[in-house]
Design a protein around this ligand. Sequence first.
Ligand code: SF4
Length: 374
Amino acid sequence: MRRKRGKKTMLHKGFRDPKLAKRIVEKINEVAPKKDLIKICHVCGTHEWTISHYGIRSLLPENVEVIAGPGCPVCIVPASEVDEAIEVAMRGATLICFGDVARVPGSHLSLMEARARGAGIRIVYSVMDAVKMAEKEPDRDFVFFAIGFETTAPSTASEILKKPPKNLTFLISHRLIPPAMELMLGMGDLQIDAFIAPGHVSTIIGLEPYEIFPKVYRMPTIVAGFEPVDVLLAIYMALKQIRDRRAALENEYRRAVRWEGNTIAKELMRKAFKIVSGDWRGIGRIPDSTLALREEYLEYDAHEKYNIRIEKGKDIPPGCQCHLVIIGKIKPTECPLFMKACTPQKPVGSCMVGIEGTCRIWALTTHGLKPNQL
Ligand code: SF4
């Protein structure tokens, strides 16, 4: 008996349909300007994965370039915050973090290297695991290193609002995508012509935070999903706006993103966090781009408990070009260390560590490696 295909499988198949993709590529060729160089910037590691994995760049006209902005949450964690996490672990607390952030270089060591020297570091899949650990071992002090964009911040907020056990505090390292996009527009030499906004983040924040880009900066902005057809459609929509000299905010990812986003998740973030300026690795300080605990939750702030604040770290190891890769100014292959001194097995810079890091994605796709081969 033939098994019925699930709705989800069919949906994915449609968004990976080669015939449909071919038709969109033809449309892209019809609307793309014939001479001018057009730069479309995305800010999402999953978009970069789709673009690299499916060879989307090779399908585009030569003068249409898709560049990767700061869309990897692990890559942009500044070294100073990794140093802080190591410091609390060295002082006897057990530091809990996600697997990929454990390999991100700090100024001198990564968390993994600190663990090899005796620091208490544990890896988890979610903040809920950290809460469970703290409940199970009430005599041990735990610190959760909370990294990620608007997609993971609501889970951290939710646990903090539920008042976790007092032996668990947080190093909040959550960052916001729209301020980073705005900063990129100020980098004159990048000359971006359109944005593809990240689908996952947009399911939380909705469309409203992107309104500024077409309204103030005259920048076509398309919120897109992650299947190849989604990305091709978004490129087509951006190019059509450029051809028509329009700048609008459009939603290609209607099946998941609503105008208002996820109001419950936004409310959780608003209750637990305030927005402050913060450093991004390789970029520097971005105004109103970082989350910090509100005063009423300071008892959960590891900075307060351990009286620790490291202002400056060494973000970029010698020879590494992550500061240029993170803003899409160069391709990973333009870094002299790419797949020589710096590989997914032995990363030098943060862009080769994060699973959404541009260098790591290029390393896997250009060398035919699979994540489970590493
Ligand atoms: Fe940094 Fe490695 Fe990427 Fe070069 S290849 S920019 S060293 S992460």
